[in-house]
Ligand binder design. Structure first.
Ligand code: SAM
Ligand code: SF4
Length: 457
């Protein structure tokens, strides 16, 4: 069964066979990638093995071109919301691991969920990713869905959270049905590492079951969840293997369900207070950017997520070559927004507030977006893929990005960001090709200036 999804021996064989690719082979693959139809694991194998600076530059440039073609200028922002750090697993890399006895576990009650949600709304966020440790007693599915209901119910004069993505441990079809009923956006689950021996060595507790983890997406699909987020925790094993495994998994889902991953996340292991894991596969910044570029070419229609685990400098480079979504202003401790706590899951590197990240993005000519339209209009799963694969999602994203950014500017931005932001909006408004859509967007912008909110196509 696992072999149907990922066959580790096959991946190693690909890596051996593509060991020292010729310039011609690399350039052929890059030309093929420009057709925006993706790359097979074999083709991506040629790219993971390239080392010549000139070819690396061409790889990054091609990825930038493809990103621009499919996603354009927009960058979608969100924040994680850590709800409970109770956990029965003992993952060697995570500060929430069950061996951590010094840690005073915390689980938000619904009033605290409300308070944390308000802090996020008042920063300008519209999308959150809720995070829970695995604990059938303290974090059972009914608690998870109550938290989701609570977050959706919170309204302030600065708006509300309009999309909740969820990161909880692999679970049953029945539980996934409950998540579906709670109207979640994307269900994210990271495989952590696709290398089975490594996986089984560093996990302890129910999560140590490799099969349970890798088959979770099948159960999620069965339950009707069709926006799924894959990810690897880079640094646990050889990034070349992990990149090809991610691509293999994406192709597998696409072939079996006709729905590829909605997103791919690329977290790198970060230091954490009680974690002392030796990382023989620590990945350099250069290789990290390479793998982002390769994933962008191999699964061009998929959203790619970077978190505040990365520094502002690396994030800024990654935005140009493939990343389409980023967390900002994040705290990785339960109840940590607006409060001081030293109980974080790991240390972040980008500690800037949302406003600073936005201001930087705008200086680099990106269009920050808080759009949640697709999921609210039922454009998920196969329907979403129908737009995103041919690159047509762009048609909705640009106007919706403009409208949600205009709301942000009115409600949250300071002078300099406001001015530059308005210039960006004007520049991208002019680029909306469909005349009538451009006009409608212009009218909606007027309405937003007059106080109307939550307008989308
Ligand atoms: N507990 C659930 C699970 O493990 O699937 C979901 C949430 S967990 C809070 C989210 C992710 O954080 C994990 O999947 C893991 O990849 C990541 N993570 C854990 N420890 C980390 C560390 N030290 N550095 C970077 N990421 C880490
Ligand atoms: Fe628990 Fe998730 Fe941390 Fe593992 S990664 S210890 S499952 S919170």
């Amino acid at each position: 069964m696992v072999e149907n999804i990922i066959n580790g021996r096959n991946i190693i064989k690909i890596l051996e066979e593509t060991g020292s690719p010729s310039k011609e082979a690399v350039r052929d693959i890059l030309s093929k990638a420009k057709l925006k139809a993706g790359l097979t694991p074999e083709e991506a194998g040629i790219l993971v093995n390239l080392s010549e600076p000139e070819l690396i530059r061409e790889l990054l440039d091609t990825a930038g071109w493809v990103k621009n073609q499919i996603y354009g200028e927009r960058l979608v922002f969100f924040a994680p919301l850590y709800v409970s750090d109770f956990c029965i697993n003992d993952c060697d890399y995570c500060n929430f691991h069950s061996r951590n006895m010094a840690f005073k576990r915390k689980r938000l009650n619904l009033a605290e969920v409300e308070e944390q949600t308000k802090v996020l709304i008042n920063m300008g966020h519209k999308r959150v990713l809720v995070e829970f440790g695995e604990d059938p007693l303290n974090n059972n599915i009914d608690y998870v869905t109550k938290v989701i209901d609570k977050i959706y119910s919170v309204k302030t004069d600065k708006g509300s959270i309009r999309r909740i993505n969820v990161n909880i441990a692999a679970t049953t079809v029945e539980n996934y049905r409950k998540l579906k009923k709670a109207k979640i956006g994307t269900y994210q689950l990271f495989q952590e590492t696709y290398h089975r021996n490594t996986y089984e060595k560093i996990h302890h507790g129910p999560k140590a079951d490799y099969l349970r983890q890798i088959s979770a997406y099948e159960r999620a699909f069965e339950a009707g969840l069709d926006d799924l987020g894959l990810g690897v925790l880079f640094g646990l094993y050889d990034w070349r293997f992990e990149t090809l495994a991610l691509i293999t998994h994406a192709w597998y889902l696409d072939k079996k369900y006709k729905i590829g991953p909605h997103t791919i996340s690329v977290p790198r292991v970060r230091e954490a207070a009680t974690v002392n894991l030796k990382l023989p596969h620590k990945i350099s910044d250069e290789d990290f950017l390479k793998l982002i570029a390769i994933l962008r070419l191999a699964v061009p229609y998929t959203g790619m997520i970077i978190s505040t685990r990365e520094s502002p400098e690396i994030r800024s480079q990654a935005f140009k070559i493939g990343i389409s979504q980023a967390s900002a202003g994040s705290c990785t401790a339960v109840g940590g927004y607006g409060k001081k706590t030293d109980q974080s899951q790991f240390k972040v590197q980008d500690e800037r507030c949302l406003e600073e990240v936005i201001s930087d993005a705008v200086k680099n000519e990106f269009l920050p977006s808080f759009c949640t339209a697709c999921y609210r209009l039922g454009r998920t799963g196969e329907e979403f893929m129908g737009f995103s694969k041919p690159g047509e999602i762009h048609n909705f994203c640009r106007p919706n990005g403009i409208l949600t950014f205009a709301e942000y500017l009115e409600d949250f931005a300071k002078n300099e960001t406001y001015e530059k932001g308005q210039e960006i909006i004007q520049a991208y408004l002019d680029k909306i090709e469909d005349k009538s859509l451009r006009q409608k967007t212009r009218l909606s912008l007027e309405e937003i200036k007059q106080g109307k909110r939550d307008l989308y196509f």
